[in-house]
Design a protein around this ligand. Sequence first.
Ligand SMILES: Nc1ncnc2c1ncn2[C@@H]1O[C@H](COP(=O)(O)OP(=O)(O)OP(=O)(O)O)[C@@H](O)[C@H]1O
Ligand SMILES: [Mg+2]
Length: 318
Amino acid sequence: MTTTVRESAAADGGVHDLAVRTTGLRMRYGQRDVLDGLDLEIRRGELFGLLGPNGAGKSTTIEILEGYRRRSAGEVEVLGQDPERDDPSWRARIGIVLQSSRDHGRWRVGELLDHFAGYYAEPFDPAELLRTVGLSAQADQQTAKLSGGQRRRLDVAMGIIGRPELLFLDEPTTGFDPEARRDFHELIRGLRDVGGMTIVLTTHDMTEAQQLSDRIGILQAGRLTAVGTLDELAAAARARSEVRWTDHDGSPRRQLTADPSHAVWELHQQYGGPIPGLEVRRPTLEDTYLGMVSADLAESTANATATATATAIRTETP
Ligand SMILES: Nc1ncnc2c1ncn2[C@@H]1O[C@H](COP(=O)(O)OP(=O)(O)OP(=O)(O)O)[C@@H](O)[C@H]1O
Ligand SMILES: [Mg+2]
């Protein structure tokens, strides 16, 4: 009987359950710590969404994990190895879609994918994968002549072709039209659910992150400020649900609450029966994310203002 990676990982338990582990990871550019002691754990078989504002350090983290960038300090283990060892057999177990594509402008799409398939022991069938990402019609086209979204689909195909155990996707759907986005989501779910692949995804599309992620980490200014499932994050952010209904006189009513079932119970008592036009909307990931990021921004702005005021006071003191 075959076991999927998910099943064997679950049976394993402990640290072998982890595809990625970083402890105190630091990345310093000049005088600035872009990653400031990052502790991150990604389990085998899960889809981990790494979110955060522009410049938070997401791409830097991914580039360190895949061995593309050398860290300044800290411990990193990816599929049981330090990425800086740069072992080719380890590398073959990892797939990468970088934020900005590496160029192969003169190659034709089909040739390029065939060529890359040759590096791996058990690649996907290149023609079939081209069909899956919707590029069959472009097989004979030079990659330099692809549109932005088509180029991104090719990047995704190249990241997946080697049937990796661990796949890094850094903003993979930038430039995708809605249909390509939907097909991509199906492809990714299939890779995780059927293939047991571990996937690390960064995106600024909160709907995408909400639909695909098993767990989410929020990176802000080089630190992981929250990690958990969607529900865990919503609870931590005290994100509120919205209860809407229609009053006796037909006017729309709305209440924000952390406890929607209690609010509905109260309304039920008040109306003595069914509540007209009742709708309950749970907080979306976007609500939770914006709540967390803007609260943090407000706090750091308040701190910066306090520091600036203190500095001004000091400057004025003779
Ligand atoms: N090679 C480099 N030299 C100096 N600073 C760099 C270098 N690469 C990245 N940085 C800085 O590190 C910080 C984190 O960049 P990074 O690309 O990891 O952010 P990100 O979270 O991926 O952002 P985005 O959402 O815009 O892709 C930024 O302030 C960036 O300017
Ligand atoms: Mg980035």
